[in-house]
Structures are given as C-alpha cells and as structure tokens.
Design a protein. Structure first.
Length: 201
C-alpha cells in the first residue's frame, strides 16, 4: 500500500486525516480516488462540496443515469419499473420482520419502489426524497413523501412522527457524515425502534 496522505476531509467514521488511495475509479467515475483510512480501515470517497445541493438539484441522476441506459437519464417511472420487481425480496428478507401496526420511514426513497412493496404490510408509510423529479413521481402516485432531508426531518421530529422502522438503502455511502446521519435516524425512531440499512458492499 502507498504511504498515507493527508486528505481534504477526515475519515467519516474515526475522523483521522490519514488516508491512502487504494484505487482510482468507481462505477461511473473511472478517475475518482477511493481512500482507505489508515486508522480504522474504512474505504470512502470525498463527498461533493455541497452534498444536499448535488442530490436535490437532480445533478446526481444526470451524471449517473444507471447501467441499463448509460447514455441517457432514466425517468422516475423507468426507475420504478426497473427496481420494483426486486423489492419483494428485500421486504421478505428472513432477517427482517414487519408488523402491521408499525409506521415506517424510508430515507432517500427514490421513486418509491420499496414503499410500494410494503403496502399492506405495515401500518403507515412515509418517505423522504430530496430529488424533485422523484418526489413528484411519488406525489402523483399517491405515496406519502416529503422533500426534507433526514437532518431537517430529525430537527422537526414531532412526537406523532416518530417511527417504528427507519430504512435507508444504498444511501449511507452518499452522505458526508455517516455518524450524524445514523444519529438523525435514531432521533426519528420510537424507543425500541429499528434501523434497516443496506449498503452496496
């Protein structure tokens, strides 16, 4: 491995500034460095300077359309159609239990494919989605989705908006401060609530 270098930002978990480049390139960006923390071993990338602006402006979706149609942006309806068939498997994971009385919040719900899979399995469903096109698609399809970030939602957190389960799928790797994000997830949970996370690797 290379000698650790001082990077612009610290490790998002242990806050060490000593990280080394372990490879160049990620899925949609062949030249982007991937760093590994010399202290805790976490591999990460440098987040965009304005993370919320990057995602809420739709810039992320324009730059990373997906692997099915790599040459053009994918509409929320197309994304829903592509992902919805796989959500029953996620919902029916044997390690996860759903109760009909629970209220569930999905953070970064995209076009609502997991919320759709949970219909009729839990008491109530809410989503947070900061991309305006994805939010609008959810709205016209009758899903209860808000445009606030999790940080904003946690700051509001009225008692009647606490949740039995908070989900985030393939999202934690996109946030600038994962520990703060997990803290915000906990802040919107009921006592004895559950966090359901999935990350790509």
């Amino acid at each position: 491995m290379e000698t650790p270098v001082q990077t612009a930002t610290k490790c998002p978990v242990c806050q060490s500034p000593q990280r080394e480049v372990v490879r160049l390139g990620i899925r949609h960006n062949p030249g982007r460095p991937v760093y590994q923390c010399s202290l805790c071993g976490l591999q990460s990338i440098e987040p965009p300077a304005n993370v919320l602006g990057y995602y809420s402006s739709g810039q992320y979706r324009r730059e990373h359309p997906g692997m099915v149609f790599p040459d053009r942006p994918v509409s929320p309806a197309e994304r829903f159609t592509m992902h919805r068939p796989f959500m029953d498997e996620r919902r029916d994971d044997p390690h996860v239990f759903w109760d009909k009385s629970w209220n569930v919040l999905e953070v970064g719900c995209s076009s609502g494919y997991f919320l759709d899979a949970l219909k009729g399995r839990v008491g109530s469903l809410r989503g947070l989605e900061i991309d305006p096109a994805e939010f609008y698609f959810n709205e016209i399809n009758g899903r209860s989705v808000w445009t606030e970030s999790l940080e904003e939602w946690a700051a509001m957190r009225p008692a009647d908006m606490l949740h039995d389960v908070v989900c985030a799928f393939d999202l934690l790797e996109h946030v600038a401060d994962p520990l703060a994000f997990l803290g915000d997830m906990k802040a919107v949970l009921k006592p004895q609530g559950h966090i359901y996370l999935q990350v790509p690797n």
